[in-house]
Design a protein around this ligand. Structure first.
Ligand code: UD1
Length: 418
């Protein structure tokens, strides 16, 4: 397994061009099989979650190829509607395939999904919503088997604004008979991106980005050529990294409203933030004040995908911080690793108590999940001395060329291949 060797203590200076959002690209790839015509996704990041999703599409019978940074999907001959358990377990987003497979074939089967080990992550909201659309669901040999004569539009209320369930409902409802009204929808920018993409394919989706999304089913969708939104979590990771290390960095590709609460928190830390159109610039002296409290919430609240990085920041800020994780039960697994670097952090259930120390020191630490892994990298960049960050398979799921981008900003980081 690859590792990073990081010599901490360098300031970060320069500009970061953001990749397309992982959490957009994955459902867009799932959506690509809704049509038999060609779909082109521009600027697709080379991350392993994307590679895994492409593998799933191929298994279904689609032809998928990279041309430069474009991914081209031709699924005219797709005929398989069953996703093997090996791939489903690799990637939680494989569950999105249920919606699009049902729309295309009226049949779908997949094993219970995998993904980051950050909590229970049930899929009851997905399955109940699909039932409302007329799908019969059973379990056979470890597979969830979904079947229907045809999908029928319905009124659906989500008890919780689940991102994945909202996306699955959109994918299934775009070709259902009649109108679907979804209340309590997730409002993340990636939901809006999926709706825009589906509309480019000829769907009729209105209201994405608000609590209520209305979908008028159409008979068929056509091909499309599309550039996904940029990755706000990648943006947030570089902004937090700069806050930790000190320096001046501009990220290009996301608007401030995609990261509203993070920018507010970084200002609380004492950083200077300047925003203009799709550019966000941060200046940090590296001497920070703790945030008294950060609590993760669905969009537009503080993103759970930046919780670990923000905790790493607070470890070397002045004062104390309380970090509350409301979305996933076990998303503090990185805390013992930060302690190896000298962090004063205690976790009780869904809350981490952090007392800032002057500086972290280099250590050998191991990634346990994607964002926790990113947090360890950022902590190591700010620490005194040399760190090893082991098991990069997690980081590689979501950050394309993380070390290359950090090196360009002046970081001393190198990948040692296993
Ligand atoms: C997506 C993102 C992930 C992000 C998360 C929350 C992708 C590929 N992943 O994950 O990066 O951290 O949103 O912003 O887009 N839940 C249920 N039942 C369900 C579905 C969800 O109880 O059927 C619960 C989950 O256990 C969790 C919460 O709802 O506690 C949020 O999950 P959800 O919004 O669905 O996250 P994902 O779509 O898995």
């Amino acid at each position: 397994m690859d590792k990073f060797v990081i010599e901490g203590g360098r300031r970060l200076m320069g500009t970061v061009r953001l990749q397309s959002a992982k959490n957009s690209v994955l459902p867009l790839l799932a959506a690509s099989i809704l049509t038999t015509e060609q779909v082109v996704l521009h600027e697709t990041p080379r991350i392993t979650d994307v590679a895994c999703m492409i593998q799933i599409l191929r298994e279904l019978g689609a032809e998928v190829r990279f041309e430069g940074d474009d991914v081209i999907i031709e699924s005219a001959d797709a005929s398989n509607h069953r996703i093997s358990s090996a791939l489903t377990r690799e990637l939680r987003s494989s569950v999105f395939m249920l919606g699009s497979l049902l729309a295309r074939f009226h049949r779908a089967a997949c094993a219970y999904p995998g993904g980051c080990d950050i909590g229970l992550r049930p899929i009851d909201l997905h399955l109940n919503a699909l039932k409302r659309l007329g799908v019969e669901i059973s379990e056979r040999d470890g597979y969830i088997v979904c079947e229907c004569e045809r999908l029928k539009g319905a009124e659906i209320v989500l008890d919780f604004p689940s991102v994945g369930a909202t996306e699955n409902i959109l994918l299934a409802a775009v070709m259902a008979e009649g109108r679907t009204v979804l209340e309590g929808a997730a409002k993340e920018p990636e939901i809006v991106d999926l709706a825009n993409f589906l509309n480019c394919m000829g769907a009729k989706v209105e209201g994405a980005g608000s609590d209520t999304v209305e979908i008028e089913g159409v008979q068929r969708l056509h091909g499309a050529s599309y550039t996904p939104v940029k990755d706000r979590i990648e943006a947030g990771s570089f902004l937090i990294g700069t806050a930790i290390c000190g320096g001046e960095v501009e990220v290009i590709g996301v608007h401030a409203d995609a990261l509203g609460l993070l920018l507010h928190k970084l200002r609380e830390n004492g950083c200077k933030i300047h925003t203009k159109n799709d550019k966000i610039k941060i200046a940090s002296t590296g001497r920070l004040k703790c945030n008294r409290r950060i609590e993760t919430m669905p969009f537009p609240g503080f993103p759970t995908d930046l919780q670990a990085q923000a905790t790493a920041l607070n470890c070397t800020a002045e004062g104390g911080a309380l970090i509350v994780e409301n979305l996933f039960e076990t998303r503090f697994k990185y805390a013992p690793e930060l302690r190896k670097m000298g962090a004063d952090i205690e976790v009780r259930e869904r809350t981490a108590f952090v007392r800032g120390v002057q500086r972290l020191h280099g250590a050998s630490v191991t990634c346990g999940d994607l964002r926790g892994g990113a947090a360890l990298v950022l902590a190591a960049l700010g620490a005194e001395g040399t760190s090893e960050v082991l098991d990069l398979s997690h980081v590689d799921r979501g950050y394309a060329d993380f070390e290359g981008k950090l090196k360009k900003l002046g970081a001393n980081i190198r990948r040692v291949r296993a």
